[in-house]
Design a protein around this ligand. Sequence first.
Ligand code: PEP
Ligand code: MG
Length: 880
Amino acid sequence: EKYVYDFSEGHKDLKELLGGKGANLAEMTRLGLPVPAGFTVTTRACQAYLATGQNPDGLDAEIDEHLAALERTMGRRLGDAEDPLLVSVRSGAAFSMPGMMETVLNVGLTDASVAGLAAQAGGNDRFAWDSYRRLIQMFGKTVCDVPGEEFSDALEEAKKAKGTTDDLHLDAADLRALVDRFKRIFAKHTGYDFPQDPREQLRLAMEAVFRSWNAERAVLYRRQERIPADLGTAVNVCSMVFGNLGADSGTGVAFTRDPASGAQGIYGDYLSNAQGEDVVAGIRNTVPLEDLQRLDAKSYEELLAIMAKLEGHYRDLCDIEFTIERGKLWMLQTRVGKRTAAAAFRIAAQLVNEGVITLDEALRRVSGAQLAQLMFPRFDLSDEPAALTKGIGASPGAASGKAVFSAQRAVELAAEGEDVILVRRETNPEDLAGMIAARGILTARGGKTSHAAVVARGMGRTCVCGADELEIARDRFTVDGQTVAEGDVLSIDGTTGRVYLGAVPVQPSEVVQYFEGDEVDSTLVEAVDTIMRHADATRRLAVRTNADTGEDAARARRFGAEGIGLCRTEHMFLGDRKELVERLILSSTESARNDALAALLPLQRADFVDLFRAMDGLPVTVRLIDPPLHEFLPSLEELAVNVAVARERGEENAEEAQLLDAVRRMHEQNPMLGLRGVRLGLVIPGLFAMQVRAIAEAAVQLAGEGLHPRPEIMVPLVGAVQELEMVRQECEQIVAEVVAGSGVEVLIGTMIEVPRAALTAGQIAEAADFFSFGTNDLTQMGWGFSRDDVEGAFFWRYLELGIFGISPFESIDRDGVGRLIRIAAEEGRAVRPDLKLGVCGEHGGDPESVHFFHEVGLDYVSCSPFRVPVARLEAGRAAV
Ligand code: PEP
Ligand code: MG
């Protein structure tokens, strides 16, 4: 196996083997750009080293060979006393991990070669000693773990002793003394002297770079960015060029476009008489790149020509590191540059307009996550407010308002025109009205799939959950000794999870204004428009929305939804109607039950009329009631206390006692595995029938107005075809009776959200016109994770241990839950080729998951209104 590649041997498509930096240095070499000579040791060598703790067989010999060739090219020997070759040793992985791993410059300098370097530099002793002290400092810190502060403190002391703050004022003698000081620091911490054998320095530096792959911060960064842990880093050994040889030397960074806005132009910084790490360390102030024109016109012109060439070659924004050594320009690095979300869209669209890339390529260069970022209003943090506390950013956005501590107060204050932030320990369905009324929701408990988080995302409300430092009382909370009472203004950032006291100013999203159909004059919106049109033209997946109200449905439609994939009808049983449901549950006679159902029917019908109207001409999937009924009854504990207290006082109330009995009867240890969904329909006579009648009557009413309602009735929690058959039979009868002669067609299908349903999909397909994957429950039951508890309870540990890189409730678990979906899709379609397949769990709006659903061949994804554009974009990206 070949472990070492000369820069002239590689090219840009060898990133996996040579790392990004090595592959691009090779590419620039191939393009004939001025790159200092050097070679790259492969990531495979690193993998072998990390596996065994030793260089693999043959590596040392190959390095010797390439080093000898480099010495011949440069006409100098590494660390030679008279005329030394010095090299830099830099990490470079396949994925950019900025600042995560190590670099050592000036390798080859020793007590002997320092004089040779001074001679090379025309008798510049100061430069040689400065380079040597930099080597000891960097080598000590990165190769031998000497605490960096010891070196920087010693440097500060030397400057202070000289009465200066500028390291340029230290002369050769000062730096020589500093080298002695550094060597003592080195020996004190390592127990041995600074190595004087240049080849030994090189070997140790390369091994340190290999090991830096597993440095704590690198491991953390990879986990966050979901970069595989076993890739390893390449090592680049490059002959040194010096930016610190005097005023005609320097170092800089440049971008071919503005990485923040995407605008074309010259962006960058330059620092004269300095080495690269000075720019990063901020030792001295840089000047704008344009100033280089004045300082060194020739290098400046050459740099601009190279930048144009690189952008043309990579067909994208490039960033560049360069050094000028005594008026000679050297390219040290280039890569396709990181950019903000807005710049990603702008640059992609600009490059299309310039004829540089195709629309397909433009689509690949942006992401749903970037689009989502652009859709949330943001805090203007230019005043740098201090955060009060931090929770989990559960539903992005920026919201400010008065703190309230109950849903009722939220509704009252909002009705008075106040902006409010609803603060709760955790939320439950009872809080819904308050959540709707609030600008934002803040909870002390629960993770990204807690009720608060899921509902807030569904409504596009900003939410921070799990802010566990909050101690919440009835009408106030305290955190860190500070008390926030009702009416105090809070600002919450649903992206970062930060909570601020007081109002932080907010900027609305122009991208949302555009999706809403407003005229917005901005280059960003133009770019988003260009790319969204192409995504829509390209995608095979349709995108629907999860919506329960006409208003949400209408908004989602403006955002591009092509129907409703899930209407959760239980959301229609809250508020005033709760009493009717309570009556239904508690009714002991058939006539009482029928009365309650009869009272609910017109209300439900009106709900569906709203929905079908908003989605006229498009399919609307209405799911029959799903949650356990006890959710509609008062809490067992509270009621038990009330009844006991009343009994004590001799004020017993028969109705309350009866209610308590009922609540006890219905109490379940595992309600999510209990009496819900289709089970309810089979146990409570008339409940599903009432809903089906309301759906059919609403459709007939609208058809009578000349509209085109397309209802789809969906049965939740089916695990066996027998369940579905029984419900279906009842539904068909009612539908047939109601829609006769109206021209309305009603489909009847099922959710696939119980693993058994996925595994018997062939049977279930016999009784279903469509399947909609309920990936929330499928994940819950597939993993055996309670979706309401696990995130706060132990997911943090699972994430920390790398058991998964992201919650399976957020992004589909391809191997497990995904396999259930594949099986169900295949077996369902084998039985019924025209079976419509969709997904309506939270995953329907998750970018990664959308690609999976595309691969599996679903017909549509359904997600909350605000995620519809993201799903459209990702469905387009999945198809190119
Ligand atoms: C699901 O389980 O994925 C689903 C959409 O239903 P719910 O979230 O209402 O249980
Ligand atoms: Mg479900």
